[in-house]
Write a protein that binds this ligand. Structure first.
Ligand code: PLP
Length: 384
């Protein structure tokens, strides 16, 4: 059970909880993704998955662009060294101040989510005497078959412009002098392991391009978003996401026009597996029927289980190989009933003081941490 990327002796003295990141695995992941994508694809790392400055700097150094969803993320990406021209900016609620920040920084593209937003971006760009690139975020009505809180591509969803509404908004973008209609943007959901929704997305994009070109509308770029899933059940067997199959699905499925560039916005698949949340067992409590392992980490450090019933592999890394096992509910200390990492999980017999690793916590972990219950934010350590 000590089969973990992090040697326990290197953090035995550290106070818990904390995040431990394997920089080696991050590098291998970035390299694998880059090779699989090929020289013509542009990958914009989705900053919202993990905005730790060290992680951002490594990803920027690897040549990736950034996908931002707020002014704060644009600041973080610029500070980490991302090239402003490789920043794309999505989000349904961009404020005027955030839009101006993007314009002034000279970001590569605004991914526009509504007709009203397009008008505001155009007005602010014209105030600055600039022409800005926009991509229209299209809601392709593809069911990603993922958890309802992380599906984004259905019509009844706050994200994107519905297919029926697209043509007039595209025409309006063409007519506005301060914007350049640069591309079409899509993002159908997250943690997709089955590639068929992506194949369906490709078919929708091909149809859409056909109907737009009939009306004389051509765009320079197609951005298919992110969402590639990772193996939460067995991160040691599959430490790197299946980038080959993912990129091949788009290469085979999309009919790009001459000169069109292809963009991706991967978040989770870049950073999930390189991070673990390391905690200690504070108490083992015997209920009437259940046994509880109570950790010093909870939903304040990793909210995914509480927020969308996500499962993470949990390991007792203090236990010795072959020790007897026991069924536990592994829970955090926060005063919410949903602060549970697993119900009826099988762990080696656990005692107060044991180190417990919650794996695959590199994406949507540290970045979603909160001070709820007046808890403090916890540090990250990097292992080479
Ligand atoms: C969240 C998000 C992504 C990244 O999703 P992952 O599942 O982490 O790959 C990409 N694009 C947009 C617009 C997003 O909101």
């Amino acid at each position: 059970m000590t089969d973990i990327a992090f040697p326990i002796n290197c953090f035995a003295e550290l106070p818990t909880p904390f995040y431990a990141y394997s920089i080696d695995l991050l590098h291998q992941t970035l390299q694998t993704a880059t090779n699989a994508a090929g020289p013509d694809a542009h990958i914009h790392y989705a900053v919202k998955a993990n905005a730790n400055p060290v992680i951002l700097q490594k990803i920027a150094k690897a040549g990736f662009g950034a996908d931002c969803v707020s002014g704060g993320e644009i600041e973080a990406a610029l500070a980490a060294g991302f090239d402003a021209k490789k920043i794309v900016y999505a989000g349904v609620g961009k404020t005027d101040a955030e839009i101006l920040r993007g314009i002034d920084a000279g970001i590569g593209c605004f991914n526009v989510e509504s007709a009203e937003e397009l008008e505001i971006i155009a007005a602010l760009a014209s105030e600055r005497n600039k022409t800005v690139r926009v991509a229209l975020r299209v809601n392709p009505n593809v069911d990603a078959h993922t958890h309802k809180h992380i599906t984004t591509g259905l019509s009844e969803n706050k994200f994107g412009i519905n297919l029926e509404a697209l043509q007039p908004i595209a025409e309006r973008a063409l007519a506005l002098p301060s914007v350049e209609l640069y591309g079409l943007h899509f993002h159908i959901g997250s943690q997709l392991l089955d590639m068929s929704p992506y194949a369906e997305l490709c078919a929708k994009i091909n149809d859409l391009q056909d109907s737009l070109s009939k009306n004389g509308i051509f765009v320079n770029s197609i951005n298919v978003g992110g969402g590639l899933g990772v193996d939460y059940d067995d991160p040691d067997k599959n430490p790197i996401a299946d980038f080959d199959t993912y990129f091949a699905t788009f290469k085979n499925g999309l009919k790009l026009r001459d000169g069109q560039t292809l963009h991706f916005e991967l978040g989770r698949s870049i950073v999930a597996q390189c991070g673990s949340l390391i905690s200690r067992c504070i108490y083992v409590k015997h209920g009437t029927v259940k046994k509880f392992v109570i950790l010093d980490a909870g939903m304040t450090e990793l909210i995914r289980p509480a927020l969308y019933s996500a499962r993470h592999k949990i390991q007792n890394i203090s236990a010795t190989e072959g020790s007897p096992t026991e069924t536990y509910d592994v829970v955090g200390p926060v005063c919410e009933s949903s602060d549970v990492f697993v119900c009826d999980g099988l762990l080696p017999v656990t005692q107060r003081g044991d180190f417990i690793a919650i794996r695959s916590a590199g994406a949507y972990g540290e970045v979603m941490a909160s001070n709820y219950n007046c808890r403090k934010l916890h540090p990250a350590y990097f292992i080479n």
